[in-house]
Design a protein around this ligand. Structure first.
Ligand code: PLP
Length: 379
């Protein structure tokens, strides 16, 4: 079977895990945790980082540290993994779902601005949702498939409405924005190191920011809000720290981050070059403002194809392929959430076919995927 996204553990993972066992530092304090935080900050060029137990926990802690409170609203794109919305709900807040742009599949700044303009009012420098009276507390753009959102425009909107930008960059480590790095284009950025991401810790995540207080607040919340070494806690905290075992794997992975991202981009280029001329097949978006980290590659299939059927046909040929995110507003827990109209999200999600994109995939396997897919599409 050629898998969609298989962890690539052929570096120092085993060696570093053995170091954890030999030193007995297996839990949430240890040299690898500190090292991972420093290295993630370096790779994305942010000043500060804190490691957490998952991307979802990172989003949750970052929203809380960024000032999101119970009963408030956070603007997120509907076309995202459900964890983005769940992190908002874990704060006791509610997602305000915004459609994505046709050209990038990231939050559409025009739709966001129109929603805020039409549906909020201002009081003492804060903006409130007219219908519910709820305060709007943050904007959480998602770097879809590793492609940074239109951050310049979103930042302008954030400034106008006094809203922090907390980015869900879960799969975007290694991406670029306007020729620079992504570590400081939002007030805080969250990465995931889940098993299917470019860099994995088994499970884990990190929050980066240039705002030291924000990172300290997030770390404090994630560490049971403990003050000092005695059992003194100053708020209801969480146990969301990354362990040294997870960080050991992550440190070994980070030694290869540029190699992995480079490979991901070559996979994207190969699929694009081989599949671009097929009728009713179009490519995943690219942008002139950013360079994607190309977490997953694949194609967009026109209406004459049923993506699920193509997946089944590929599976019969030992190729794992899948549909992609079902928009949040179509998910049971969020069907009553505030939202914009969703023409783009509703159209694209049923047309996307993700193809094997593991960093360990060989040229022969890639060629086999392409030949097999072409045959299936020909019918
Ligand atoms: C993977 C992912 C997450 C969740 O990360 P976990 O580490 O699995 O909790 C959140 N948002 C997006 C966009 C993701 O791709």
């Amino acid at each position: 079977m050629i898998f969609l996204a298989e962890p690539n553990l052929t570096g120092n993972e085993r060696k570093y895990l053995n170091e954890c066992i030999d030193t007995t530092f297996v839990s949430s304090v240890g040299a690898f945790v500190t090292k991972l935080e420093q290295e993630v900050a370096d790779v994305v060029e942010a000043k500060y980082a804190t490691a957490v137990s998952s991307g979802t926990a990172g989003l949750h802690m970052a929203l809380r540290a960024g000032g999101v409170e119970r009963g408030e609203l956070v603007c997120i794109p509907s076309f995202t993994f459900i964890a983005t919305a769940n992190a908002v709900a874990h704060c006791g807040a509610e997602p305000w779902l915004i459609d994505v742009s046709e050209i990038s599949w990231t939050m559409d700044p025009f739709v966001l601005e129109k929603e805020l303009e039409e549906k909020t009012y201002e009081k003492n420098g804060q903006w409130y949702h007219k219908e519910t009276g709820k305060r709007v507390a943050a904007i959480m753009p998602v770097y879809t498939l590793g492609l940074p959102a239109m951050m310049d425009r979103l930042r302008e909107i954030g400034e106008k409405y006094q809203l922090p930008l907390i980015a869900d960059g879960a799969a975007a480590i290694g991406a670029q924005y306007n020729g620079g790095n992504i570590g400081s284009i939002a007030d805080a950025t969250v990465f995931s190191f889940n098993g299917n991401k470019t860099i994995t810790c088994g499970g884990g995540g990190a929050i980066v920011s240039n705002n030291k207080e924000l990172i300290e607040r997030a770390r404090h919340l994630a560490t049971t809000a403990r003050c000092g070494i005695d059992y003194e806690h100053d708020m209801v905290g969480y146990n969301n720290r990354m362990t040294n075992l997870q960080a050991a794997v992550g440190c070994a992975q980070l030694e290869r981050v540029y190699e992995f991202v480079d490979k991901k981009r070559r996979i994207r280029d190969y699929y694009n070059s081989q599949l671009k001329d097929i009728e009713e097949v179009s490519l995943f978006p690219d942008a002139d403002w950013a360079k994607s980290a190309c977490w997953f590659s694949g194609v967009v299939l026109g209406r004459r194809y049923k993506v699920k059927e193509i997946c089944t046909a590929l599976k019969e040929k030992d190729i794992e392929a899948r549909t992609f995110w079902k928009p949040v507003h179509l998910q049971k827990p969020y069907k009553h959430a505030q939202r914009s109209n969703m023409p783009v999200s509703e159209r694209i999600w049923e047309e996307i076919l993700t193809l094997p994109s593991s960093t360990g995939i060989t040229d022969e396997e890639l060629a086999y995927v392409v030949t097999t897919l072409k045959n299936i599409l020909k019918g």
